[in-house]
Design a protein. Sequence first.
Lengths: 240, 339
Amino acid sequence: MLLNVEGLSKRFGGLVAVNRVSFQVRKGEIIGLIGPNGAGKSTLVNLITNYYRADSGRVMLDGYDLVGLKPNQVAQLGVVRTFQSSKPFMEASVLENVMIGAFLRTDNPKQARAVAMEALDLTGLLPFASVPAKSLTVQNRKRLELARALATKPKLMMLDEVMAGLNPREIDDALETLRQLKQSGLTMLVIEHVMRATMNISDRIIVLDHGEKIAEGSPSEVATNPKVIEAYLGQGYRHA
Amino acid sequence: MEVKGLRTAGKAAAPLSASRVLLLMLLAAVVVFPLGDQDEYTLRLATNIFYFGALGCAWNLIGGFGGQLSLAHAALFALGAYPTGLLLINFGVTPLIGGLAGIAAAVVGALLIGYPTFRLRGPYFALGTLAFNEITRILLLYFKDYTRGPLGLIVPFRGENPLYLQFANPEPYYYIALGILMLSVYVGYRVSRSKIGYYLMAIRGDQDAAESIGVDLTMTKLRVLAMSAALTGLVAVFYTVYIAYVDPESVASIDLSVKIVLIAIIGGMGTVWGPVLGAAILIPITELTNAWLGSGKAGASLVLYAILLIIIVLFSPRGLIIWLERPYRTLISHLSGKG
């Protein structure tokens, strides 16, 4: 078991954003985390990486208790996340952005550069290596988030809507990249709004609604679960 | 591509790149400059440019590379100057040793200032450091039994004595200031090329993103602020023997903090050479306006700083160094072509 989330809760004033959520992630799996807007998906990521402090519950990574650590310490242990609204270091070049990720595992600029080049290659950003990050398109900024996270050599990567705002072709590209990463043995938690994307690549899917886990299972199980259809897929199915 | 290949093949024998040759030429010019029988005023002006350039470089580490707009650097300067001056006046300790206490005080002060204020972001950080700067100035005035309050410390001249860094002529000070400036530039150069420099770039870019890929925000900032404070303290030690007068208004005022920041902004924040250029521009301008308006008019310098700042932010927000970039490259390619 790589990640073990037990009874995680977070309350903002009167609103319970995440309510006693528990789940587990095995090595090499891709877990899809879905749910309607405001279901608590991003909050959950913020709790696991300690950007927010949980009111109760705990998170174990490979036997380490993550509670009370700072976000950078969580990254050090191998859990790295991307942001829903991508946050490149604008003034820096694409290569420099990714090198900063690589510096988590080395102090040597040459080694960091080599690792960064690898990550750029994997994400198709190699032609943009020397371009300032601020000049990238939305699609490439999402790729940059991914490359920067990859360069930290994570055990678990949590991707917060890396496919939001992409067109269908770009989504296919992104899915292909994620498949390659899975083949290399990387474990991922993929938070997505794009249903097709999640259904396609996830081994298991967890569904959140109003901060609670309402379903968990294989993509086909989840897709036919009446609770899920009611909470989330209902509207989509009516349109289809 | 072929030409480039040929050139590098031909250059393999030459150990110096064109940029290094240029740097050495510049350095040689600055080193022989005083030998040309300059008047004392010119040498003092150059010395001022050097040590203010060094202060700009020191600030630039945390403020430029790290994007943390510290307004507490005058306080750090005062923490470097006062121990040096007090040890010299009260106990006759040479600034070569007393200066170590000054530098240590600046570093400790920096850590005390940085630990609480680094939690603050953006303008709140700048305001927090500004508050610390004022507190330091007021404490220096308040504890007048030790600091002589507003009267300040007058460092007596005991005759030419290199062991006390006291010289009758301006030349030695010129060279000491030049050495401190070179050290400061070198530290900036090394930082910008190392892991910590990349981490500073990340912190300047987006602190949340930096943290998500493992950057320890507080530790990185504290380490760099400590380096910045050590250099600031070093300049303060020099200042104490060179100016031979230290008082809260001149070394711990907001005026000085703003001046240091402005040097880096005018030249180019987050660049290795920007603060040097900034000092070479700002210091002569302030000398001129002081001569015009008389330095007695309180606030005149702040008005000047504000005007300069507005001009820079409007017309060249990345500093003036970027205007030198293209001529520099042209020059380098010419030199390489001939070499």
